[in-house]
Design a protein around this ligand. Structure first.
Ligand code: SF4
Length: 291
């Protein structure tokens, strides 16, 4: 079996065990990434939210008594606000395929194994399954692993991944604790070429099973390959983005891939517009652009 990443630990437990100074340094880093992305997207001021603070849903099992400590970061937004966009035609998300999505994800990963279902197995180092919070309300789906992802077995850890981290942070989420990230194909295409249709067809059932296991409230499709593969359409990303569609009843928002945004930073503001629609749907407070 390749060195694929382990499933995310319980975030509450992770926070409880964290070194306070490391935790503070992490928060500072998160704030810096947040500000960098917002500046790139042309956002100069932030409106102070008057919405009540979101609350984390109850944990599935009672936790043992813990020492007094600040509450962990927000994971789940409040009930949809009045300004939340109306759902698309088939907005009712399907029930989770499994009561324990983390366990179901692990079953899928085990079944995938050291996969040889398509030719992308021939040059890969690691199968990049995906990682994040299994009970998340938001999943990001990209195209496929690049060199650093192939080396580490982790999705979105190269330069594009760093930009995605900023985008997620600007939305008010922590990429490790709040969202789940995966790709349409799980092995690196040679030379970072686009995956071929037969490779996508071989791998797509696994990302579809991941999405059904997680059953998020929204999916962000990063780039044309992910959007076209999952939605089974041919339209360019410029026509697909900035409007809600649906995959198996789950609202889906296509937007630009972070790799494209690295090459075309002038498009970051458009990507931010797409992400704001996702934030609205999830009830997150929106920063405001200065006039
Ligand atoms: S890309 Fe997917 S189907 Fe192809 S070998 Fe890798 S895991 Fe298997």
């Amino acid at each position: 079996m390749s060195g694929t990443p382990e499933a995310a630990n319980d975030p509450a437990e992770a926070v409880a065990e964290a070194d306070p100074s490391a935790e503070l340094a992490g928060l500072v880093g998160e704030l810096r990434r947040h500000v960098e992305w917002m500046a790139d997207a042309g956002i100069r001021t932030v409106k102070r939210s008057t919405e009540p603070a979101p609350v984390r849903p109850p944990a599935p099992a009672p936790a043992p008594a813990a020492p007094a400590r600040a509450a962990p970061p927000v994971l789940v937004s409040p009930p949809p606000a009045a300004r939340t966009a109306p759902p698309p035609a088939a907005a009712a998300a399907p029930p989770r395929a499994e009561a324990d999505p983390a366990a179901e994800l692990e079953r899928i990963r085990t079944e995938l194994g050291p996969c040889t279902r398509c030719r992308l197995c021939e040059h890969r180092r690691h199968v990049v399954f995906g990682q994040g919070f299994a009970r998340t309300q938001l999943v990001f789906v990209g195209e496929g692993p690049g060199e650093e992802e192939d080396n580490t077995g982790l999705a979105f850890v190269g330069r594009a991944g760093q930009l995605l981290t900023k985008m997620i942070s600007a939305m008010g989420f922590d990429r490790d604790k709040d969202v789940y990230i995966c790709n349409i194909v799980k092995c690196r295409p040679p030379g970072n070429r686009r995956p071929e249709p037969d490779e996508i067809a071989a791998c797509r059932p696994f990302v579809e099973r991941q999405l059904k296991a997680i059953a998020p409230r929204a999916i962000v499709l990063l780039g044309a390959t992910a959007a076209q593969a999952l939605l089974r359409v041919d339209a360019p990303i410029g026509r697909l983005r900035n409007r809600w569609t649906s995959w198996e009843g789950i609202p889906a928002m296509p937007t630009f891939h972070p790799s494209y945004l690295l090459r075309a930073p002038q498009e970051k503001a458009k990507a931010w517009d797409d992400l704001k629609l996702v934030m609205e749907r999830l009830g997150k407070a929106l920063p405001q652009r200065s006039q």
